[in-house]
Ligand binder design. Structure first.
Ligand SMILES: Cc1cc2nc3c(=O)[nH]c(=O)nc-3n(C[C@H](O)[C@H](O)[C@H](O)COP(=O)(O)OP(=O)(O)OC[C@H]3O[C@@H](n4cnc5c(N)ncnc54)[C@H](O)[C@@H]3O)c2cc1C
Length: 393
C-alpha cells in the first residue's frame, strides 16, 4: 500500500471512480480505498437511467455534460460504459403541464436536445403506449441507460492507467487530523499520509464524517426495482420513461426485459441500515409495479415476472448531493448524498471534485458546485428546481 498520496478517495462507486479518473488525469497521486469491491454499493444496483430532464439548471447541465461522456466513453475515458440510446419520455398529467413546459424551455436554453411532443407524436414514437391519461409529454432522443458496474470499472481502470492505486476489500477506519487539517487515512491494510480525502461513501458517508466530527445529513433508504420479460411479439425495446402519472420510471434492458422502479415519494420512507437490509424485491412491490406498467402497456398483462432487487439511496433532506470541503481549508472533501439520481451525474461530478480538490480557479464545463454546499441545510436554503415532480432515477 502507498505510504503517501496526494489524495485518498473513499469508495469505488461511480462517484469515487470518476473522481479518481479526473484527479489522476491532473497528475495527482491518487489512492482509492473501497471496503468491498468496485460498484459494490448503490452503483451496482442502479437503474442507470441517463436522462437530462431536471428542473434545476445546474443539475441539467451536469446531466448534459455526463451524457456527452457516456456517448463518447471509449474516447474520453476508455473501456465500455454499456451505454444504449433508447430515448427518454417524460409523461405528466394536467397539473404538471405548465411546469413541464417551463422545464423544457430551461433545458433547451442550455443545449439539451429535448422537445414537447403531442399525444399523436408519442404514439408514433411508441406504438404500444396507452396514452389516454397523458396530457403532456417531452422527448429526449439522445437519452438511454448504461451498465453501471462496467462504467465504474472502466473509470477505475482509466484512473489506474494514470497511476492511481485502487485498494479493494480495504475499509477506512479513521482519518488523522492535525491543526484542523487532514494528515492521513487509517485503513484495515495500513495507513496513508495525505492532505486531502474525498468522502464518496454515499449512504456510509456519515460514518466517515463522524471520523472528523462532521455531521452529514444523509440517510440510507431502500429502493426496489422489478423486472418483467415482455412477450416476444413486443421484443422491440420501448423508450425509457419517467411516468409521473403512474408514478414509475421504466426502461428496457437488452431485447426483452423491462425494468420498473417507483417514483412515489412513499418509497423514501424505508430507512435501513446500509449494511443489513433486504436486497430482494418484495412480492407486493412486484405486483404493484406489474399493475402500473400494465396501465402504460396493456400487453404487459402477458409479461413474465423476473423478480427484481433492492438497493440503497443515500438521501439528503432536499434530495440533492453535498459537494463541498468541510470546513473550508481542512482537506476533508465530501461528494455524497446523490439521493437516487447520482449515476447519470457521475462523469460531471468527477470533474467537480477534481476542480474542488485542486482549487481550480475556472471550474471546467461551467459546473457550479456552490449550489451543493454543506451549509445550505443550516441556512435553510435547500436546492429546489423551479418545477419539480419527483425523482426519476
Ligand atoms: C435501485 C436503484 C436505482 C437507481 N436508479 C438510478 C438511475 O436510473 N439513474 C441514476 O442516475 N441513478 C440511479 N440510482 C442512484 C445511483 O445509483 C447512485 O446515486 C449512485 O450509484 C451513487 O454512487 P456513489 O459512488 O456515490 O455511491 P456507491 O455506489 O454506494 O459507492 C459508495 C462506496 O463506498 C464504499 N464504502 C463505504 N464505506 C466505506 C469505508 N469505510 N471504507 C471504504 N469504502 C467504503 C461502499 O462499499 C461503496 O462501494 C439508483 C439507485 C438505486 C439503489
Amino acid at each position: 500500500m502507498l505510504s503517501i498520496a496526494d489524495v485518498v478517495v473513499i469508495g469505488a462507486g461511480i462517484t469515487g471512480a470518476s473522481a479518481a479518473f479526473q484527479l489522476a488525469q491532473r497528475g495527482l497521486q491518487v489512492a482509492v480505498v473501497e471496503k468491498r469491491f468496485i460498484a459494490a454499493g448503490s452503483t451496482g444496483k442502479s437503474g442507470a437511467i441517463i436522462r437530462q430532464h431536471y428542473s434545476n439548471e445546474t443539475t441539467a447541465r451536469m446531466a448534459l455534460h455526463s451524457l456527452r461522456v457516456f456517448q463518447n466513453f471509449a474516447e474520453v475515458v476508455g473501456g465500455d460504459a454499456g451505454f444504449v440510446t433508447t430515448g427518454f419520455v417524460t409523461l405528466v398529467e394536467a397539473k404538471d403541464r405548465a411546469g413541464l413546459e417551463e422545464n423544457i424551455a430551461m433545458q433547451r436554453a442550455i443545449g439539451v436536445n429535448t422537445h414537447l411532443v403531442s399525444v399523436d407524436d408519442l404514439r408514433e414514437l411508441d406504438i404500444h403506449i396507452a396514452d389516454a391519461d397523458t396530457v403532456a409529454a417531452a422527448y429526449e432522443p439522445e437519452s438511454g441507460y448504461a451498465d453501471p458496474a462496467s462504467t465504474a470499472t472502466s473509470f477505475a481502470e482509466a484512473a489506474r492507467q494514470r497511476g492511481a492505486q485502487i485498494y479493494q476489500d480495504t475499509r477506512v477506519t479513521g482519518i488523522e487530523m492535525s491543526g484542523g487539517r487532514v494528515t492521513g487515512v487509517q485503513t484495515t491494510h495500513g495507513n496513508i499520509a495525505t492532505r486531502a480525502v474525498v468522502n464518496c461513501a454515499n449512504a456510509w458517508a456519515p460514518l466517515i464524517g463522524k471520523m472528523v466530527g462532521v455531521d452529514l445529513p444523509i440517510e440510507a433508504s431502500r429502493h426496489q426495482v422489478a423486472t418483467f420479460q415482455r412477450p416476444r411479439a413486443y421484443a422491440k425495446p420501448h423508450p425509457t420513461a419517467g411516468d409521473f402519472i403512474n408514478k414509475i420510471y421504466y426502461r428496457p434492458e437488452g431485447s426483452l426485459l423491462t425494468l420498473v422502479g417507483s417514483i412515489d415519494p412513499s418509497e423514501a420512507m424505508q430507512k435501513v441500515d446500509p449494511d443489513h437490509y433486504n436486497e430482494s424485491a418484495d412480492y407486493a412491490f412486484i405486483e404493484d409495479a406489474a399493475q402500473r406498467i400494465r396501465n402504460r402497456y396493456p400487453f404487459m398483462e402477458q409479461a413474465l415476472s423476473k423478480g427484481g432487487w433492492a438497493g440503497i439511496y443515500g438521501v439528503t433532506p432536499d434530495w440533492h448531493p453535498i459537494i463541498d470541503e468541510i470546513p473550508g481549508g481542512s482537506g476533508f472533501f465530501v461528494a455524497a448524498g446523490f439521493s437516487g439520481h447520482g449515476f447519470k451525474l457521475g462523469p460531471a461530478v468527477g470533474v467537480m471534485i477534481a476542480d474542488m480538490v485542486t482549487h481550480a480557479s475556472a471550474p471546467t464545463a461551467g459546473l457550479a458546485r456552490a449550489l451543493f454546499r454543506y451549509s445550505r441545510f443550516a441556512e435553510n436554503q435547500p436546492v429546489r428546481g423551479k418545477y419539480e415532480y419527483s425523482i426519476v432515477g
